[in-house]
Design a protein around this ligand. Sequence first.
Ligand SMILES: Nc1ncnc2c1ncn2[C@@H]1O[C@H](COP(=O)(O)OP(=O)(O)OP(=O)(O)O)[C@@H](O)[C@H]1O
Length: 503
Amino acid sequence: MELLRTERLGKQFGQHKALSDITFEIRPGEVHALVGENGAGKSTFIKMVTGVYSIDEGKLFWEDKPVVIQTPQDAVNLGISVIHQDRQLIPSFKGYENLFLGKAYPANGLSRSVKWSQMKETGETLKKRLGIDLDLNKTAQEMSPPEKTMLEILRAMMQDCKLLILDEPTASLTDREAELLFELIGRLIKQGTSILYVSHRMEEIFRLSHRITVFRNGRYIGTVAKEEATHESLVQMMTDQDAPERTSRPVKKMDGANKLLSVSGLATADGKVKQASFDVHAGEVLGIFGLAGAGRTELLEAVYGLRKIVAGTVAGANNEAVRPAPKTSLQRGIVLIPEDRRSHAMIGSMTIRENMTLPVIKRFATWLKIKHRQEKQTVKQYMESLQVKATGMEQEIGQLSGGNQQKVVFAKALLSDPKVFLCDEPTQAVDVMTREEIHRLLQRKASEGCGVVFVSSDLQEVLDIADRIVVMHEGKTIAELPNVGVTPEQVLQICYRHGEKGA
Ligand SMILES: Nc1ncnc2c1ncn2[C@@H]1O[C@H](COP(=O)(O)OP(=O)(O)OP(=O)(O)O)[C@@H](O)[C@H]1O
C-alpha cells in the first residue's frame, strides 16, 4: 500500500506554471526527502497536498483511494500535518493550550468550563508516548526554537497524523538541538508515521531519509534510494550541472589590519545581551557562534541600532563611540541582513526592483527624475549573479519562493555598498548552489577591505567561512579563537562547559 500518491499534479499562477506533471508516492513509515533549488516548487507542492492551494491539474490518492483535499482541515482529517518554518503557535498561550488550537477544548457538562486538567493529561500522555521532554506549562514565547518544534510535532500527533511534513525544520536549530529532533523522527518512524522532509541541508538528507525525490523548475526529476545517491548526483539532478566547488578559506594574517567596528561590554535593556565585546577588522570574516538563546541575533540588532543599549560602547573606524540607530548605521556603512527577512527586510507587495533599490534610490536620481535604465541594469546584474528565479524584476517579492526572497534581501544589502556586513543566518533556506555563491561573495567583499560578521546556527558553516570565531553564551561573549585547525567539538565544549558552570 502507498500512503500518498500524486498523479500528474500541476499548478499555475497567472502565466507562470509553478508545477507540472508531478507523479510520485510516499510509502508508510518512510522518511522521504524532497529537494530542489530555490523556486523548484517544493512549497507549492506542500500547499497543494495540504489544502492551501487548489489543485489545477492531476489527482491525489490516499492509501490507494482517490481523494479530494480542498481545505487544510480536509488534510488534517486524513492525517496530513505540516510544520512550517514560521511557527504556527500563539506566543502567549501555554504549551498545552497550543496543543488544542483548532480543536474543541474539553469542557465540563453543564457549566461548559474548560477541563484544564484533562488538557494537561492528554498532553502528558502524548509526550510519554513520543518520548518528548517538554514543559507544557511554559508559554510558546518562553520556549526555545527546538522546544517550539517539539510542541508543533506534539500538536500534529494529537490529530493522529500519518504523514508529517517538515519544511526546513532545522533552519533555526543548532546541531545539538537538531539531534533531538532527529531522535524524535526516529521514534515517529518506528511508530509507523511517514515523514516528508524538505531541506537544503545535504548531511541531514543523507542521514535521515530512506528515499529522495528531486524537483527542478516545477518538474519531477526522479526518486532515488538514499544508498544510490551521492551529494554530486543529487546536485546534478537538481541543477543539471556539476556540483559547485566548495569555497575554501584562505588563511589570513590579521595583525595591523584596520579596525572597522569595535564593540565593548555591550548590554541591552531587555537583558538578552549582557556583556558582549568584539572587534571587526577590514579584510576578515568574524563568525559568531552560540547555542539557541545565546543572544547572537540580539547582539547584531543592538550593534545596528534596533535594540536599546544600556551599557557598553559601539565605536566606528575612528574609534569614536556612536549611538547606533538604523539610519546612522547605514550612513556609516553598516548593513544588517536580518534572520527574519519577511518582517524586517522586505516589503512583500513591492517588486523585486523596488525592494532592492529603495534604500539607495538617490543614487539613480537626478534632481528631475529617476534614471530607470541604470537602475534596471544594476538590478539585472545582481539578479543574475545571485541567480534569482523570478518572472522578471517587476514581480512582487512576496510571490517568490523563500530562498529567492533571501537572495533579493542579500542583493539589496550588497547594493548599499557597505563597509561592514552584519549577517544573521544569511544562507538559511537557500539552496546549495546559492549558499556557496553567498560565501564567495562575502569572502570577496572581505578581500576588498570590508568586514563581515557572520552568525549561523550551523557550526560547520561558521568553521568553513570565518577567520576568527567569537563564542557567545547567555548574552555574553565568552571566547575568541582564530579559526586555525578549530574543530566543532572544541567550540561546542566551550559552549557546554560554560553552560554547566551556570555562568
Ligand atoms: N502565490 C504565488 N504567486 C505567483 N507565483 C508563485 C506563488 N507562489 C509560488 N510562486 C512561484 O512558484 C515557483 C515555485 O515556488 P515554491 O515556493 O514552491 O519553491 P520552493 O521549491 O519551495 O523554493 P524554496 O526552496 O526557495 O522555498 C516560484 O517560481 C515562485 O515564484
